[in-house]
Design a protein around this ligand. Structure first.
Ligand code: NDP
Length: 328
Protein backbone atom coordinates (compact mmCIF):
# COMPACT_ATOMS: atom_id res chain seq x y z
CA UNK A 1 0.00 0.00 0.00
CA UNK A 2 0.95 3.64 -0.44
CA UNK A 3 3.71 5.17 1.67
CA UNK A 4 4.85 1.80 2.98
CA UNK A 5 8.55 0.92 2.65
CA UNK A 6 9.18 -2.69 1.61
CA UNK A 7 12.09 -4.29 3.41
CA UNK A 8 13.50 -7.77 2.78
CA UNK A 9 15.53 -9.58 5.45
CA UNK A 10 17.09 -12.92 4.47
CA UNK A 11 18.14 -15.38 7.16
CA UNK A 12 15.40 -13.73 9.19
CA UNK A 13 14.99 -16.61 11.65
CA UNK A 14 18.69 -16.55 12.52
CA UNK A 15 20.34 -14.80 15.43
CA UNK A 16 20.90 -11.44 13.78
CA UNK A 17 17.47 -11.59 12.15
CA UNK A 18 15.80 -12.11 15.51
CA UNK A 19 17.49 -9.00 16.92
CA UNK A 20 17.01 -6.98 13.74
CA UNK A 21 13.34 -7.33 12.83
CA UNK A 22 11.95 -5.70 16.00
CA UNK A 23 14.28 -2.73 15.46
CA UNK A 24 13.01 -2.29 11.89
CA UNK A 25 9.35 -2.75 12.84
CA UNK A 26 9.85 -0.35 15.76
CA UNK A 27 11.04 2.46 13.49
CA UNK A 28 14.73 2.49 14.39
CA UNK A 29 15.96 1.90 10.84
CA UNK A 30 13.60 3.96 8.63
CA UNK A 31 12.89 6.67 11.18
CA UNK A 32 9.80 7.77 13.08
CA UNK A 33 6.43 7.60 11.36
CA UNK A 34 7.52 5.47 8.39
CA UNK A 35 5.38 2.39 7.82
CA UNK A 36 7.08 -0.84 6.84
CA UNK A 37 6.22 -4.11 5.11
CA UNK A 38 8.62 -6.82 6.26
CA UNK A 39 9.41 -9.63 3.85
CA UNK A 40 11.21 -12.33 5.77
CA UNK A 41 13.16 -14.93 3.80
CA UNK A 42 14.45 -18.27 5.08
CA UNK A 43 15.56 -21.60 3.70
CA UNK A 44 12.82 -24.29 3.82
CA UNK A 45 14.08 -26.03 7.01
CA UNK A 46 13.86 -22.74 8.91
CA UNK A 47 10.33 -21.78 7.78
CA UNK A 48 8.78 -23.16 10.98
CA UNK A 49 11.03 -21.02 13.16
CA UNK A 50 10.31 -18.07 10.88
CA UNK A 51 6.56 -18.45 11.50
CA UNK A 52 7.40 -18.10 15.20
CA UNK A 53 9.26 -14.85 14.52
CA UNK A 54 6.22 -13.60 12.62
CA UNK A 55 3.94 -14.48 15.57
CA UNK A 56 6.20 -12.54 17.94
CA UNK A 57 6.24 -9.54 15.59
CA UNK A 58 2.43 -9.56 15.60
CA UNK A 59 2.46 -9.79 19.39
CA UNK A 60 4.61 -6.67 19.63
CA UNK A 61 1.69 -4.69 18.12
CA UNK A 62 4.11 -2.30 16.40
CA UNK A 63 2.15 0.73 15.15
CA UNK A 64 4.39 1.11 12.07
CA UNK A 65 4.30 -2.52 10.96
CA UNK A 66 1.96 -2.73 7.97
CA UNK A 67 2.47 -6.36 6.98
CA UNK A 68 4.74 -9.38 7.48
CA UNK A 69 5.32 -11.85 4.65
CA UNK A 70 7.32 -15.08 5.13
CA UNK A 71 8.75 -16.91 2.14
CA UNK A 72 11.56 -19.21 1.09
CA UNK A 73 11.50 -17.76 -2.44
CA UNK A 74 13.88 -14.83 -2.80
CA UNK A 75 12.49 -13.91 -6.21
CA UNK A 76 9.02 -13.52 -4.68
CA UNK A 77 10.39 -11.38 -1.85
CA UNK A 78 12.44 -9.12 -4.13
CA UNK A 79 9.55 -7.84 -6.29
CA UNK A 80 9.53 -4.03 -5.99
CA UNK A 81 11.54 -4.16 -2.79
CA UNK A 82 12.96 -0.86 -1.51
CA UNK A 83 15.55 -2.16 0.95
CA UNK A 84 17.24 -5.52 0.92
CA UNK A 85 19.19 -6.77 3.95
CA UNK A 86 21.01 -9.99 3.09
CA UNK A 87 21.90 -11.69 6.37
CA UNK A 88 21.36 -15.32 5.41
CA UNK A 89 24.59 -17.11 4.52
CA UNK A 90 26.14 -20.52 4.88
CA UNK A 91 27.84 -20.68 8.29
CA UNK A 92 31.50 -21.51 8.72
CA UNK A 93 31.71 -25.00 10.19
CA UNK A 94 34.63 -26.54 12.07
CA UNK A 95 37.27 -27.82 9.67
CA UNK A 96 35.88 -25.89 6.72
CA UNK A 97 38.41 -24.25 4.44
CA UNK A 98 37.93 -20.59 3.59
CA UNK A 99 37.57 -21.57 -0.05
CA UNK A 100 34.75 -24.02 0.75
CA UNK A 101 32.88 -21.30 2.62
CA UNK A 102 33.40 -18.95 -0.28
CA UNK A 103 32.07 -21.55 -2.73
CA UNK A 104 28.91 -22.23 -0.69
CA UNK A 105 28.17 -18.55 -0.39
CA UNK A 106 29.12 -17.66 -3.93
CA UNK A 107 26.33 -19.99 -5.08
CA UNK A 108 23.80 -18.37 -2.71
CA UNK A 109 24.69 -14.81 -3.72
CA UNK A 110 24.77 -15.66 -7.42
CA UNK A 111 21.21 -16.99 -7.18
CA UNK A 112 20.06 -13.97 -5.17
CA UNK A 113 21.75 -11.60 -7.65
CA UNK A 114 19.89 -13.23 -10.53
CA UNK A 115 16.60 -12.97 -8.63
CA UNK A 116 17.27 -9.33 -7.77
CA UNK A 117 18.17 -8.61 -11.38
CA UNK A 118 14.94 -10.00 -12.77
CA UNK A 119 12.40 -8.52 -10.36
CA UNK A 120 13.84 -5.71 -8.20
CA UNK A 121 13.50 -1.98 -8.75
CA UNK A 122 16.78 -0.40 -9.93
CA UNK A 123 16.45 1.91 -6.91
CA UNK A 124 16.70 -0.94 -4.40
CA UNK A 125 19.26 -0.36 -1.65
CA UNK A 126 21.13 -3.49 -0.66
CA UNK A 127 23.36 -4.25 2.30
CA UNK A 128 25.10 -7.61 2.51
CA UNK A 129 25.80 -8.88 6.04
CA UNK A 130 26.33 -12.62 5.52
CA UNK A 131 30.02 -13.53 5.33
CA UNK A 132 32.30 -13.16 3.45
CA UNK A 133 30.21 -9.98 3.16
CA UNK A 134 32.36 -7.87 0.81
CA UNK A 135 32.87 -10.65 -1.71
CA UNK A 136 29.25 -11.80 -1.44
CA UNK A 137 28.25 -8.24 -2.39
CA UNK A 138 30.62 -8.35 -5.36
CA UNK A 139 29.10 -11.64 -6.56
CA UNK A 140 25.56 -10.35 -6.06
CA UNK A 141 26.33 -7.30 -8.18
CA UNK A 142 28.00 -9.37 -10.91
CA UNK A 143 24.71 -11.23 -11.38
CA UNK A 144 22.49 -8.16 -10.96
CA UNK A 145 23.70 -5.79 -13.71
CA UNK A 146 20.34 -3.96 -13.74
CA UNK A 147 20.99 -2.68 -10.23
CA UNK A 148 23.51 0.18 -10.14
CA UNK A 149 26.72 -0.83 -8.37
CA UNK A 150 26.36 2.09 -6.01
CA UNK A 151 23.14 0.55 -4.66
CA UNK A 152 24.98 -2.56 -3.45
CA UNK A 153 27.00 -2.29 -0.22
CA UNK A 154 28.34 -4.52 2.53
CA UNK A 155 28.27 -3.94 6.28
CA UNK A 156 31.35 -2.67 8.11
CA UNK A 157 29.37 -0.41 10.41
CA UNK A 158 29.67 -2.80 13.35
CA UNK A 159 33.46 -2.57 13.06
CA UNK A 160 33.14 1.22 12.77
CA UNK A 161 30.96 1.44 15.88
CA UNK A 162 33.35 -0.83 17.78
CA UNK A 163 36.28 1.44 16.90
CA UNK A 164 34.42 4.59 17.87
CA UNK A 165 33.33 3.06 21.16
CA UNK A 166 36.81 1.81 22.02
CA UNK A 167 38.38 5.23 21.36
CA UNK A 168 35.70 6.82 23.55
CA UNK A 169 36.34 4.33 26.32
CA UNK A 170 40.10 4.78 26.12
CA UNK A 171 39.79 8.58 26.35
CA UNK A 172 36.98 8.44 28.92
CA UNK A 173 34.51 10.31 26.69
CA UNK A 174 30.96 9.69 25.59
CA UNK A 175 30.80 8.20 22.04
CA UNK A 176 29.07 11.31 20.72
CA UNK A 177 32.34 13.21 21.16
CA UNK A 178 34.23 10.88 18.82
CA UNK A 179 34.15 11.66 15.12
CA UNK A 180 36.02 10.58 11.99
CA UNK A 181 36.86 6.92 12.67
CA UNK A 182 37.28 4.80 9.51
CA UNK A 183 37.25 1.08 8.78
CA UNK A 184 39.16 0.35 5.57
CA UNK A 185 38.89 -2.82 3.53
CA UNK A 186 37.44 -6.22 4.26
CA UNK A 187 34.98 -7.17 7.01
CA UNK A 188 37.49 -9.73 8.25
CA UNK A 189 40.56 -9.94 10.44
CA UNK A 190 42.55 -7.93 7.86
CA UNK A 191 40.33 -4.84 8.16
CA UNK A 192 42.15 -1.64 9.08
CA UNK A 193 40.50 0.30 11.92
CA UNK A 194 41.99 3.78 11.51
CA UNK A 195 42.02 6.67 13.98
CA UNK A 196 44.43 8.94 12.12
CA UNK A 197 41.58 11.24 11.04
CA UNK A 198 39.68 10.96 14.31
CA UNK A 199 38.71 14.03 16.29
CA UNK A 200 37.50 13.95 19.86
CA UNK A 201 35.89 16.99 21.48
CA UNK A 202 38.04 18.34 24.25
CA UNK A 203 41.24 16.57 23.14
CA UNK A 204 43.70 18.74 21.22
CA UNK A 205 46.49 16.17 20.70
CA UNK A 206 46.29 14.00 17.56
CA UNK A 207 44.12 11.04 18.55
CA UNK A 208 46.75 8.52 17.49
CA UNK A 209 49.07 10.02 20.11
CA UNK A 210 46.31 10.56 22.68
CA UNK A 211 45.40 6.87 22.68
CA UNK A 212 49.00 5.71 22.98
CA UNK A 213 50.78 6.13 19.64
CA UNK A 214 51.64 3.65 16.90
CA UNK A 215 52.76 0.89 19.24
CA UNK A 216 49.42 0.93 21.06
CA UNK A 217 47.54 0.89 17.76
CA UNK A 218 49.58 -1.94 16.28
CA UNK A 219 49.73 -4.13 19.37
CA UNK A 220 46.40 -3.45 21.05
CA UNK A 221 43.67 -1.37 19.45
CA UNK A 222 43.82 -2.72 15.89
CA UNK A 223 44.00 -6.44 16.85
CA UNK A 224 41.26 -5.89 19.41
CA UNK A 225 38.86 -4.54 16.79
CA UNK A 226 39.92 -7.16 14.24
CA UNK A 227 39.27 -9.96 16.74
CA UNK A 228 36.26 -8.52 18.56
CA UNK A 229 33.86 -10.94 16.86
CA UNK A 230 35.89 -13.91 18.08
CA UNK A 231 36.02 -12.46 21.62
CA UNK A 232 32.23 -12.24 21.68
CA UNK A 233 31.88 -15.82 20.47
CA UNK A 234 34.29 -16.91 23.21
CA UNK A 235 32.31 -15.03 25.88
CA UNK A 236 28.75 -15.72 24.75
CA UNK A 237 29.10 -19.01 22.96
CA UNK A 238 27.30 -17.27 20.09
CA UNK A 239 28.38 -14.61 17.62
CA UNK A 240 27.42 -10.98 18.01
CA UNK A 241 23.81 -10.40 17.04
CA UNK A 242 22.44 -7.45 19.03
CA UNK A 243 25.31 -5.18 17.99
CA UNK A 244 25.20 -6.46 14.40
CA UNK A 245 21.47 -5.69 14.18
CA UNK A 246 22.04 -2.24 15.65
CA UNK A 247 24.80 -1.58 13.10
CA UNK A 248 22.56 -2.63 10.19
CA UNK A 249 20.00 -0.04 11.32
CA UNK A 250 22.72 2.63 11.60
CA UNK A 251 24.01 1.78 8.09
CA UNK A 252 20.59 2.04 6.46
CA UNK A 253 19.41 5.00 8.50
CA UNK A 254 22.47 7.02 7.51
CA UNK A 255 22.21 5.93 3.87
CA UNK A 256 18.56 7.01 3.70
CA UNK A 257 18.76 10.22 5.69
CA UNK A 258 22.28 11.55 5.11
CA UNK A 259 25.28 12.00 7.35
CA UNK A 260 25.48 15.79 6.92
CA UNK A 261 29.10 16.94 7.10
CA UNK A 262 30.11 13.74 8.93
CA UNK A 263 31.05 10.40 7.40
CA UNK A 264 30.72 6.73 8.29
CA UNK A 265 32.30 3.49 7.07
CA UNK A 266 30.54 1.47 4.37
CA UNK A 267 31.91 -1.26 2.12
CA UNK A 268 31.30 0.03 -1.42
CA UNK A 269 32.70 -0.54 -4.91
CA UNK A 270 36.27 0.77 -5.03
CA UNK A 271 36.72 3.52 -7.64
CA UNK A 272 40.43 4.23 -7.41
CA UNK A 273 40.15 6.49 -4.35
CA UNK A 274 43.10 6.14 -1.97
CA UNK A 275 44.88 3.96 -4.54
CA UNK A 276 42.43 1.09 -4.14
CA UNK A 277 41.64 -0.03 -7.65
CA UNK A 278 38.28 -1.10 -9.03
CA UNK A 279 36.80 -4.59 -8.99
CA UNK A 280 36.39 -5.15 -5.26
CA UNK A 281 34.00 -4.04 -2.52
CA UNK A 282 36.16 -2.19 0.01
CA UNK A 283 35.16 -0.35 3.18
CA UNK A 284 35.69 3.38 2.77
CA UNK A 285 34.82 6.63 4.54
CA UNK A 286 31.46 7.54 2.98
CA UNK A 287 29.35 10.68 3.21
CA UNK A 288 25.68 10.11 2.45
CA UNK A 289 23.21 12.68 1.17
CA UNK A 290 19.54 12.94 2.05
CA UNK A 291 17.66 11.02 -0.63
CA UNK A 292 20.03 8.09 -0.79
CA UNK A 293 23.12 9.04 -2.79
CA UNK A 294 26.61 8.92 -1.34
CA UNK A 295 30.24 9.70 -2.09
CA UNK A 296 33.58 8.37 -0.93
CA UNK A 297 35.16 11.09 1.21
CA UNK A 298 38.37 12.35 -0.42
CA UNK A 299 41.48 13.83 1.08
CA UNK A 300 41.74 12.01 4.40
CA UNK A 301 45.27 11.57 5.70
CA UNK A 302 46.85 8.24 4.79
CA UNK A 303 50.46 7.68 5.85
CA UNK A 304 52.91 4.78 5.52
CA UNK A 305 51.50 3.06 8.62
CA UNK A 306 47.97 3.18 7.13
CA UNK A 307 49.14 2.17 3.64
CA UNK A 308 50.62 -1.06 4.90
CA UNK A 309 47.30 -2.15 6.43
CA UNK A 310 45.20 -0.83 3.55
CA UNK A 311 47.23 -2.78 0.99
CA UNK A 312 47.07 -6.00 3.05
CA UNK A 313 43.28 -5.95 3.27
CA UNK A 314 43.07 -5.02 -0.44
CA UNK A 315 45.23 -8.03 -1.29
CA UNK A 316 42.90 -10.31 0.69
CA UNK A 317 39.87 -8.96 -1.17
CA UNK A 318 41.60 -9.47 -4.52
CA UNK A 319 42.37 -13.08 -3.55
CA UNK A 320 38.74 -13.66 -2.49
CA UNK A 321 37.62 -12.22 -5.83
CA UNK A 322 39.94 -14.55 -7.76
CA UNK A 323 38.69 -17.55 -5.75
CA UNK A 324 35.05 -16.58 -6.29
CA UNK A 325 35.52 -16.04 -10.02
CA UNK A 326 37.30 -19.37 -10.42
CA UNK A 327 34.32 -21.14 -8.83
CA UNK A 328 31.51 -19.37 -10.68
P1 NDP B 1 23.68 -15.11 12.24
O1 NDP B 1 22.36 -14.46 12.14
O2 NDP B 1 24.42 -15.03 13.53
O3 NDP B 1 24.66 -14.55 11.10
C1 NDP B 1 24.27 -14.48 9.77
C2 NDP B 1 25.42 -14.09 8.89
O4 NDP B 1 25.86 -12.79 9.22
C3 NDP B 1 26.64 -15.01 9.00
O5 NDP B 1 27.17 -15.19 7.70
C4 NDP B 1 27.57 -14.20 9.85
O6 NDP B 1 28.91 -14.51 9.58
C5 NDP B 1 27.27 -12.84 9.33
N1 NDP B 1 27.79 -11.71 10.07
C6 NDP B 1 28.27 -10.59 9.49
N2 NDP B 1 28.69 -9.73 10.38
C7 NDP B 1 28.49 -10.30 11.57
C8 NDP B 1 28.77 -9.87 12.86
N3 NDP B 1 29.33 -8.70 13.09
N4 NDP B 1 28.45 -10.69 13.87
C9 NDP B 1 27.89 -11.86 13.61
N5 NDP B 1 27.61 -12.32 12.39
C10 NDP B 1 27.92 -11.55 11.37
O7 NDP B 1 23.59 -16.62 11.79
P2 NDP B 1 22.49 -17.72 12.06
O8 NDP B 1 23.12 -19.00 11.65
O9 NDP B 1 21.85 -17.56 13.39
O10 NDP B 1 21.38 -17.34 11.01
C11 NDP B 1 21.55 -17.41 9.64
C12 NDP B 1 20.21 -17.70 9.02
O11 NDP B 1 20.39 -17.68 7.62
C13 NDP B 1 19.67 -19.07 9.39
O12 NDP B 1 18.38 -18.90 9.92
C14 NDP B 1 19.67 -19.84 8.08
O13 NDP B 1 18.54 -20.68 7.95
C15 NDP B 1 19.64 -18.72 7.06
N6 NDP B 1 20.26 -19.06 5.77
C16 NDP B 1 19.72 -18.48 4.68
C17 NDP B 1 20.22 -18.74 3.43
C18 NDP B 1 19.58 -18.11 2.26
O14 NDP B 1 18.91 -17.11 2.43
N7 NDP B 1 19.75 -18.63 1.08
C19 NDP B 1 21.37 -19.63 3.24
C20 NDP B 1 21.91 -20.15 4.45
C21 NDP B 1 21.35 -19.86 5.68
P3 NDP B 1 29.75 -15.59 10.44
O15 NDP B 1 29.17 -16.93 10.14
O16 NDP B 1 31.14 -15.39 9.92
O17 NDP B 1 29.57 -15.17 11.89
Amino acid sequence: SKGVVRVVVTGAAGQIGYSLVPLIAGGKMLGPGVKVELRLVEIPPAMGALEGVKMELEDCAFPLLDKVVCTSDAAEAFVDVDICILVGAFPRKAGMERKDLLAKNAAIFKAQGEALNSVASPNVKVVVVGNPANTNALILSTFAPNVPKSNITALTRLDHNRLKAMVALKLDKNVTYVDGAVIWGNHSATQFPDVLNCKVDGISDPIREAVGGEAYLRDELIPKIQKRGAAIIAARGLSSAMSAANAICDHMNDWLHGTGDKYVSMAVFADGSYGISEGIVYSMPVRTMKGGSYEIVQGLTVDAFSQEYMKATEAELRAEREDALSIL
